[in-house]
Design a protein around this ligand. Sequence first.
Ligand SMILES: *[C@@H]1O[C@H](CO)[C@@H](O)[C@H](O)[C@H]1NC(C)=O
Ligand SMILES: *[C@@H]1O[C@H](CO)[C@@H](O)[C@H](O)[C@H]1NC(C)=O
Ligand SMILES: *[C@@H]1O[C@H](CO)[C@@H](O)[C@H](O)[C@H]1NC(C)=O
Ligand SMILES: *[C@@H]1O[C@H](CO)[C@@H](O)[C@H](O)[C@H]1NC(C)=O
Length: 454
Amino acid sequence: MYRGTWTWVVVLLALFLARSAAAEVAGSTSRYVRRLAESVDLPYDSPYFSVPPGENPPQQVHLTQGDYDGKAVIVSFVTIKMARPKVHYGTKKGDYPWVARGYSTQYSFYNYTSAFIHHVVVSDLKFDTKYFYKVGEGDDAREFFFMTPAAPGPDTPYTFGVIGDLGQTYDSAATLEHYLQSYGQSVLFLGDLAYQDNYPFHYQVRFDTWSRFVERSVAYQPWIWTSGNHEIDYVPEISEITPFKPFNHRFPTPYWATNSTSPQWYSVRRGPAHIIVLSSYSAYGKYTPQYVWLKDELKKVNRKVTPWLIILVHSPWYNSNTYHYMEGESMRVMFESFIVAAKADIVFAGHVHSYERSFPVTNIKYNITNSICSPDVNPSGPTYITIGDGGNIEGPAATFSEPQPSYSAFREASFGHGLLDIKNRTTAIWTWHRNQDGEAVSADKAVIRNKIYN
Ligand SMILES: *[C@@H]1O[C@H](CO)[C@@H](O)[C@H](O)[C@H]1NC(C)=O
Ligand SMILES: *[C@@H]1O[C@H](CO)[C@@H](O)[C@H](O)[C@H]1NC(C)=O
Ligand SMILES: *[C@@H]1O[C@H](CO)[C@@H](O)[C@H](O)[C@H]1NC(C)=O
Ligand SMILES: *[C@@H]1O[C@H](CO)[C@@H](O)[C@H](O)[C@H]1NC(C)=O
């Protein structure tokens, strides 16, 4: 071939590759496949896990929303020796006129006994205000800060970080570092935190290391927790038969604020969004508490106040990866029609260690006597985003089913995190940031139009 022909081949190939990686291309599978090697957990002596200095310093400090509307946070921290479960706080750095008190707890798991875990609800805060807070006493005291959201309202811009299946590997560290460089104001966490259960006897020390690792973000902004399969910790062989025992001791959720009877499902309103957290690993059949609660909660959603309705769940309802294929199907059958009727905007899921975004889609016509079971791509359905790609020890899920189903807009087997930038009642900008490119680049981008205000 002539040299000129080769140039054209190269140019066309480059165009082809650019096209497959581009965000807006309909129904594309990115050819970028992350290395298939297993990810490994950071060693116990990694600086990410270092214990703060002092006699009995608070460690593993983390925040989550503490009420329905964002005027409260739950501050949690751990001490090796007993300490008072209290938080000093105020609106000026170093000046803490107020104190909130909570409770302390401990749990054992096989032959592990946790340190003292403290939870304090700090409530009656002002909206849209920066608070500084202090945990621990004297020389052990540690200071942090957080911002409360604006009052729930239709045109309050707000940016959520979205992370799933994080774990504590070198890849997890890259994901967290990238997220820290973003302008995310709180995190929608889609379940599977520490992967302690990949160790013999579900080695709970890995929960402690994980909680020290994420403190650099979650001590400063709330993470909204979804429960995943790695939080179940159900191990009858060693007589550990209470599902979610370690998770529930460590990571409280404000479930009481929405009359939920379980920490595994609840909702919060934050700025322009009503966020409903569901549990893939709690009963959801007809008449079960989660089912009854969801039907009731959907009636309370007021889109005049919170235009955006966002659902979080661990196991995806739309997933074209071969990994965990159809595991979320029975829950989809139970709940999809409710959230389609409620005009939910986005359903975020984790579980599958890859990234996939759907077109707006519904599949609610099917029943056991007809044969109508193809997903219907139409603008009235929610967008489904699977982002279980935080970078955990189990490595990426790199095989997608072929051909790509009609509902699947973009999919790629890489690690990363997402940002949901809600601009106003009509428009949100979704970006996904793969770890190879860092925070500045979005490997997938979509404008998400609100289902009510468009
Ligand atoms: C817990 O049990 C395992 C397995 O028998 C053992 O290797 C480990 O040393 C024990 N840990 C403690 C704290 O007793
Ligand atoms: C919870 O239930 C109580 C009693 O029925 C009711 O007054 C309250 O409004 C409910 N809270 C929410 C957030 O639904
Ligand atoms: C299921 O489909 C059949 C056949 O189209 C229809 O007759 C029936 O009413 C449907 N049942 C429900 C519960 O929608
Ligand atoms: C909402 O935000 C989008 C994106 O920034 C902008 O194009 C649009 O004009 C805004 N709409 C309203 C009603 O402010």
